[in-house]
Ligand binder design. Sequence first.
Ligand code: SAM
Length: 185
Amino acid sequence: MLLKYQEKLPFTEAKNIHSRIETFISDTRAKKRYFQKRKLDTEEILSYLLKRDLTFKGQKTNYATHNMHAFAAKFPPQLPKLFINELTTTGEVVLDPMSGSGTTLVEAVLSNRYGIGTDIDPLAVMIAKVKLSSLNISETVKVANSVLQQAKKRFSHITDAQLCEFYSPETTFCFNKRNRTCEII
Ligand SMILES: C[S@@+](CC[C@H](N)C(=O)[O-])C[C@H]1O[C@@H](n2cnc3c(N)ncnc32)[C@H](O)[C@@H]1O
């Protein structure tokens, strides 16, 4: 399965990439020189970056959509962000072939790169897609309200005491703020 996110990249950037590629194709020697230089630079930067402390202890990891869903062995977002920013420039493509919940792809988009991800696990792909989808806020609020109304109708006969058997007091409080019988701990 393939995930591709390019909505946030401005059109002018996409045009620039296209014209740069065309120039490369028409000048093979320049193309070769560019990639040779780029390879050298990349290796130097990589060896420098890999010597750094890459634990990012104590740094915030819940910004943007990163904490939307739990996922095993997630990167701290600062990790892909560092490599993306040091090794690529605006408008370039970032590929994560085992993208999991899409941390790298979210960071690629936040840094105005194209993010392409693949993963063997359909759940991982779904989580990543959700984290990368832009929402129409008013449409989302409309749908959420309709779900809420349906749920209220369907579960109106359930008492707070019954809810308390299954849910924590905090959750029960959220279900029914006005008629609370559970203590908040
Ligand atoms: C440690 S997780 C990646 C987590 C990701 N960096 C994040 O922050 O969410 C490794 C991922 O590799 C995927 N994977 C393992 N073998 C794979 C394969 N052969 N092809 C594609 N994906 C694979 C797994 O499904 C899993 O989602």
